[in-house]
Design a protein around this ligand. Structure first.
Ligand SMILES: [Zn+2]
Length: 186
């Protein structure tokens, strides 16, 4: 049995040449998509050169701009109190009693230290990480989020040297964290 995993994929805007024009079929082939997905992009605002001509043509530069905007929107979609779950591939909230935070030794600006907020996905139970700042954590507390400070976990600038009680953090989670820290899931 083949199981298809519905993962949010990455589109590389520069896979198309900016000055060339493409048919929808060509765009679908370049990004390995169903043509219907590209048709949906048109509905979402991807511009066609001339609506009266068939087959429709799209300028590469338009595809690039559209995909870049799409990426920005996805980043913006994280609301306060939300985490990006690497298992659900969606913004998720944490089970409130499992939210904690850790100071890292990375400085943000002059006085502020980076903070990592850790939670547990309400939907799938996956561990959630969110890079934040002391200021943002203070704001979260004001809004009524209960955050417990844990000083057991220390994370250095490398972003992957996890020192913690070993039974809590499995290797897979460490790897997940590494991927997350590199930002490749965003
Ligand atoms: Zn999840």
């Amino acid at each position: 049995m083949i199981i298809f995993v519905n993962k949010k994929r990455k589109y590389y805007p520069n896979s198309v040449k900016s000055r060339r024009s493409y048919t929808l079929k060509e765009i679908a082939e370049i990004y390995n998509l169903h043509i219907r997905t590209v048709q949906n992009w048109i509905k979402q605002g991807l511009k066609i050169i001339d609506m009266s001509h068939s087959p429709y043509l799209v300028l590469g530069q338009e595809v690039r701009d559209f995909l870049k905007a799409k990426k920005r929107n996805r980043k913006r979609s994280l609301k306060p109190g939300e985490f990006y779950c690497t298992r659900c591939h969606e913004p998720r909230r944490s089970i409130p009693k499992h939210i904690s935070f850790n100071k890292t030794n990375k400085l943000l600006g002059k006085n502020e230290k980076q903070i990592i907020v850790i939670g547990v996905c309400m939907v799938c139970g996956n561990k959630l990480f969110l890079f934040s700042s002391q200021k943002k954590v203070a704001e979260m507390k004001k809004k009524g989020m209960k955050l417990i400070e844990k000083d057991k976990i220390l994370i250095g600038n490398e972003g992957c040297s996890l020192k913690t009680d070993k039974k809590n953090v499995k290797d897979s989670e460490k790897n997940e964290f590494k991927i997350w820290a590199q930002g490749s899931l965003f």
